[in-house]
Design a protein around this ligand. Structure first.
Ligand code: KG4
Ligand code: ZN
Length: 340
């Protein structure tokens, strides 16, 4: 007898995207994201505005996810939500909603760590995408995190390196801001970088021992470099935008690759999976693919829609937790910071 399918409704609201997805086992039936454009004019995410926008978006987004999946509320096996890390006001919208659904439908409630989800997104069943085999190394690179994680099993992970200051996404976004680009600038740096010379300008790489990262020095180096060049030529940015972006991106990718090489050496694990918003970056994707030939690594790069914040990744962790009956009761609380 084939087991009856598991339908998970997943909700992600940790930062500035309101997202909902419906999964049937490890397959994504729908994956809806409402971006909050309101933050662009402020040059960064405004927490108070984010939670208000989540309040407005959450019902239509969940509705759309169920409709697209052609799954009724009554068919749902469980509801999963992001417990943290993230902005408290934003997290509370998702958790309160998930609790209400769990109570109203009398289905299990599942709490998901957002960073686990960025890693486990690789276990979503997608044609043309292979799933990693345990153990593997995960490089999670987002606007809030930069970590190297040894992933031994779905719920057995260990951080072996992380940033001591800015996250890599912040390095992209802050550099972009210095160049006068709107928030979030990471994708724009990527766009211009593809047209520029990565060796046009040299930025010093930070010296951080072991597997930890530091990105605040790079931001300062970019700032001083731009200030000096603009003092000499007020049109310097406009005239050199592609080369500046390519050089910044090249330096960031080099910093990440240096640490990955060290992590492979120290752990003896050469399967690398990347996750988080910055894994959308074309420079990182290309360099990792080249590393397969160069160093004999096996690399896993998620489908584009599962790189930046989304609820499908919350759903796949929800599915694994459902199989292991890792459920919460209604007193579970959201956590801005959360134990890995
Ligand atoms: O995972 P994510 O959507 O949200 C967080 O959990 O932080 O990551 C957002 C970050 C932002 O810093 C954004 O600029 C960066 O990912 N990002 C990129 C690219 N696409 C998104 N950075 C560089 N190149 C990209 N193509
Ligand atoms: Zn994220």
């Amino acid at each position: 007898m084939t087991p009856s399918p598991v339908f998970i409704l997943a909700i992600e609201s940790s930062c500035d995207d309101t997202a909902a997805a419906v999964l049937q086992n490890d397959k994504v039936l729908s994956n809806i994201v409402a971006n909050q454009l309101i933050h662009t004019e402020f040059g960064g995410v405004v927490p108070e505005l984010a939670s208000r926008a989540h309040q407005q978006n959450i019902v239509p987004v969940i509705d759309a996810a169920l409709k697209k999946a052609e799954v009724t509320k009554e068919q749902l096996s469980a509801v999963a939500f992001t417990q943290g890390p993230g902005l408290m006001g934003s997290l509370l919208v998702g958790s309160s909603f998930a609790k209400s659904i769990s109570m109203a439908l009398n289905i299990p409630l599942i709490a998901v760590n957002h960073m686990h989800a960025h890693i486990l997104a690789h276990f979503i069943a997608e044609e043309g995408f292979e799933k990693p085999i345990f153990p593997f190394l995960a490089l999670t690179i987002s606007g809030g995190h930069t970590q190297i994680v040894v992933v031994r099993d779905f719920f057995d992970m260990e951080i072996i390196g992380e940033t001591t200051d800015d996250a890599v996404g912040e390095a992209f976004d802050k550099s972009a801001k210095i160049l006068g680009l709107p928030y979030p600038g990471g994708p724009l740096i990527d766009k211009y970088a593809q047209l520029g010379n990565p060796k046009a300008f040299a930025f010093t790489k930070p010296r951080v021992p072991g597997l930890n990262f530091s990105f605040s020095g790079l931001k300062t180096a970019v700032l001083y470099f731009i200030q000096k060049k603009v003092a000499e030529n007020p049109n310097f940015i406009e005239e050199n935008r592609n080369d500046i972006c390519a050089s910044i991106q090249y330096t960031i990718v080099e910093i990440l690759m240096d640490k990955l090489k060290l992590a492979v050496k120290e752990t003896g694990i050469n399967q690398i999976a990347i996750g988080g918003g910055v894994s959308a970056n074309s420079g990182i994707r290309k360099t990792l693919k080249e590393a397969e030939q160069k160093y004999g690594w096996k690399t896993f790069i998620p489908k584009f829609e599962y790189t930046t914040d989304n609820a499908a990744m919350i759903g796949i962790v929800g599915y694994q937790k459902y199989l292991n009956e890792k459920f919460e009761n209604n007193s579970v609380i959201s956590k801005a910071r959360i134990q890995f």
